[in-house]
Design a protein around this ligand. Structure first.
Ligand SMILES: Cc1cc2nc3c(=O)[nH]c(=O)nc-3n(C[C@H](O)[C@H](O)[C@H](O)COP(=O)(O)OP(=O)(O)OC[C@H]3O[C@@H](n4cnc5c(N)ncnc54)[C@H](O)[C@@H]3O)c2cc1C
Length: 351
């Protein structure tokens, strides 16, 4: 285990904000997970798990405790039958390495999620998704260290309670589990059209009618390279807001203002409206506030151009949400989680 001291959180998160973390521990074996947790507990130090920091906003106060990174890569095939292959990947593996591994074996199921930054261990936390696929579609189970029970546990699909960009790991059980490995079931059949709107439109315009996981991956990566700023070049956390899930009356209200609103049926009488569309229709695309810019190519992305403090981000976020609410009566919700300093009972509450 490698432990560093006094590390700026701005170096561990792609939005590049945040003060000093007292310790950063890279665990390199499964056994080190309970060890670091027990040591931190004995020293009364709170613990927080950080992967690639691509969905995490750190605060100026930093973190007076131990940031743990699961530096345990590895992917293996664990089962196979006539139609499917089950893969287990460790939490420290880069998510996109896992996608590439499955695509290289001509397996279908996560190819549309190519290019999502971050680690396998973080993928269940917000049930990552893109271009019509989400983790929950292929997820079987995960192994996690349960910090409440002090033991490793197996959690099934039902246990995780996945929904749109949500699971127990960012809901009712936030901070409880350290995800060690994830098991997914991939299909041997080719990906089938129709694909997600923008992907299908691209295939149609290029007259592509034969689909393989590799073709889907290539085109998703091409679309993403056009639409999303690379965090290595421009600090950002990807989509800063979740897409809005609205009621019929809200959709009617928006339609009265902009008839061509992009809305997708979300079931149970609800509709999904891209957050970027709402922001764009408040004329905020390309606007800058407090060192942040609403990205020119994709209005749901906030780029940190020069900001150094969390309060600058909070003001920019509140400005955008209030403009959208005033115009459309829709409350946008922030997608990235916040790495907040511990309050009372840190070991139980903050991971
Ligand atoms: C340019 C860009 C594009 C993006 N595109 C997409 C997209 O298309 N779809 C999408 O869904 N997301 C997208 N994201 C968001 C982000 O990449 C994902 O949410 C990703 O899963 C975060 O992984 P991470 O390792 O960086 O997690 P972090 O940001 O480090 O952590 C996120 C949360 O997960 C927790 N966590 C991390 N690892 C573990 C673990 N092993 N055990 C328990 N908890 C853990 C952390 O404590 C934290 O609460 C994008 C981000 C960027 C910057």
């Amino acid at each position: 285990m490698n432990v560093l001291t006094n590390i700026p959180l701005s170096q561990l998160t792609t939005m590049r904000l945040g003060g000093i973390a007292s310790y950063v521990a890279d665990v390199t074996t499964r056994d080190e997970i309970p060890q670091i947790y027990a040591n931190a507990k004995k020293a009364n130090q709170p613990v927080y798990i950080v992967g690639g920091g691509s969905n995490l906003i750190a605060h100026d106060e930093g973190f007076p405790g131990v940031i743990v990174r699961i530096a345990i890569p590895g992917i293996e095939q664990v089962e196979e039958d006539a139609e499917s292959v089950t893969i287990r990947a460790n939490g420290g593996e880069a998510w996109d390495n896992l996608v590439k591994y499955t695509v290289d074996r001509n397996l279908t199921g996560i190819e549309a999620m190519s290019g999502i930054p971050g680690t396998v261990g973080a993928a269940p936390v917000q049930n990552i998704g893109a271009y019509g696929q989400e983790l929950a579609d292929t997820f079987i189970s995960l192994e996690a260290y349960d910090t409440r029970e002090d033991r490793f546990v197996l959690l099934t699909w039902e246990d995780c309670d996945f929904s749109y960009r949500h699971s127990i790991f960012r809901g009712s059980e936030q901070g409880r589990y350290i995800i060690y490995s994830v098991k997914l079931k991939l299909w041997k059949r080719p990906p089938m059209p129709p694909f997600y709107n923008s992907l299908q439109a691209r295939f149609d315009s290029m007259h592509i009618t034969d689909f393989t996981p590799q073709i889907v991956r290539e085109h998703v990566l091409a679309i993403r390279a056009d639409k999303l700023p690379d965090p290595a070049k421009m600090a950002n956390s990807g989509s800063f807001f979740k897409n809005a899930i609205v009621e019929q009356w809200q959709l009617d209200n928006i339609k009265n203002q902009v008839e061509s609103v992009k809305a997708f049926d979300f079931g149970e009488g609800k509709f999904k409206i891209p957050a970027g569309w709402l922001i764009e229709h408040c004329n905020l695309r390309g606007e800058s506030f407090n060192g942040f810019k609403v990205h020119d190519g994709n209005a749901v992305v906030l780029v940190n151009e020069s900001a150094t403090s969390y309060s600058q981000l909070a003001e920019a976020r509140d400005h955008i949400t209030s403009e959208v609410f005033t115009r459309f009566q829709v409350q946008l919700e922030q997608e990235p989680l916040e790495l907040t300093p511990p309050t009372a009972q840190p070991i139980e509450r903050v991971v």
